[in-house]
Write a protein of this length. Sequence first.
Length: 264
Amino acid sequence: MSEVGLHIRDKGNGRPLVLIHGWSCPGQFFQGQIDCLHSEARCLVPDLPGHGKTGNRLPLTIEAAAEALHAELVTREIFDAVVCGWSMGALVAYAMIERFGADRLSSLVAIDMTPKVLNTADWQNGTLNGLTADLNQVFLNAIVADWPKLPGRIAGRLFADGLTSKPGSRELARKEIAKADPVLLRPMWASLTAQDFRQLLGEFPVPFHLAAGCRSQLYGPGVHQWHEENVPDFHLHLFERSGHAPHMEEPDRFNEMLLKLISD
């Protein structure tokens, strides 16, 4: 582990599997993948800036996260990795590829994510709640003051709309999210909502897999269609009983998908 960089859990042996978490949901949200796959893969699970054990020791931006992650891959001599980014984690992976290329990757999995979060007049494949730059500024202004109310709302939106989640899963997610520091989360949210990776995805250099929850409360079928029409070597994996977190909601099937990619 770096003294001043990302905190990374490094467990297992085999082909490298890099699991990059989402906003407010640090590396332990991939515990189900670590437990299942560490005998088949070397699981590398960072806490991104502003999250978990990395905290505030790096600049609180997607770009800084991408640079720090790449530095860790270089230090640990990681090649031929399957990189899996959930939500914000996918943006970190894109930013890393944009800056450093994809020589260390064999494929990428994005979990329920769009290349551009904010909606505009000519882009309606951002969040399903219609988040725009103006509405986002209202949210940014409220994150710190309203934080006591937000973990429950964030946790609720992770899971499938209209289905009962596994008992205790939402409360566990809420408790873990509530441990975060909103002062650190705010600039990370500002950074992630400033990103636009449509051009990069249009010329993506490695096989691209989108694992999408059919009952996601964040992103809809328009996002899936955009990827199908624009991303080369694209593979869509739909999870019928999942929302924004198929790796937690349908872990057996999700882990089977990762295992196949690791084994290829």
